[in-house]
Write a protein that binds this ligand. Structure first.
Ligand code: SF4
Ligand code: SF4
Length: 183
């Protein structure tokens, strides 16, 4: 069977760690934009980007929140940058049971960078806009994918949006977190 192809937009944020000075504006605007009531709070613990820092050595590394995982992985990463050893999993993007990173402080629900999807199509993600040091650069490219697979993903996203509109994002996330614990 010949699979027909279509294209999808792939979004990417390029991180230039040499330009980052650890100002944490990215954390501030992300947490504020994603507040239940937009811009009502400013709490970096709720941000979908977080800084891993070693100010004495002038090292600042932004890490974006990735996928939620219901179980710890079996291995650990240990990074050494400019001679400094960072704690295990410091650069991992997952919201995982072994640590508090990338979780809502009150509910423990996972946080994931959504590329500020609620913005208009021609707007850059807010962390990029607010980074006055140009450490973050937004890029897009078209990628060829199987049409059938893409349709499935779109259908799933439409279904999730309907559930979100009906029950609210928090209840939906809560339900997904409960389901994944049962598996
Ligand atoms: S792209 Fe948007 S959601 Fe992702 S970290 Fe930046 S501000 Fe937060
Ligand atoms: S806003 Fe830019 S310079 Fe400031 S901490 Fe974030 S990435 Fe680094």
């Amino acid at each position: 069977m010949i699979m027909s192809k279509t294209t999808k937009k792939v979004k990417r944020i390029r991180i230039d760690t040499d330009k980052c000075n650890g100002c944490r504006s990215c954390e501030v605007i992300c947490s504020s934009f994603h507040a239940q009531e937009k811009y009502s709070i400013n709490n970096p613990a709720r941000a979908r980007i977080r800084m891993v820092m070693d100010p004495l050595n002038d090292v600042y590394l932004p890490v974006y929140a990735g996928e939620y995982t219901p179980a710890e992985c079996m291995g650990r990463d240990k990074y050494v940058v400019d001679g400094k050893e960072y704690e295990e999993c410091a650069f991992c993007r997952a919201s995982c049971p072994s640590r508090d990173a990338f979780k809502e402080p009150d509910s423990g629900l996972p946080l994931k960078c959504d590329m500020c999807e609620e913005l208009e199509d021609d707007e850059e993600p807010l962390c990029v806009k607010w980074c006055i040091n140009d450490a973050l650069t937004y890029e897009e490219r078209e990628e060829e994918v199987d049409e059938e697979e893409e349709t499935k993903v779109e259908e799933m996203e439409d279904g999730l949006k309907t559930l979100r509109d009906k029950f609210g994002l928090e209840n939906l996330m809560d339900g997904v977190a409960r389901l994944s614990k049962k598996e």
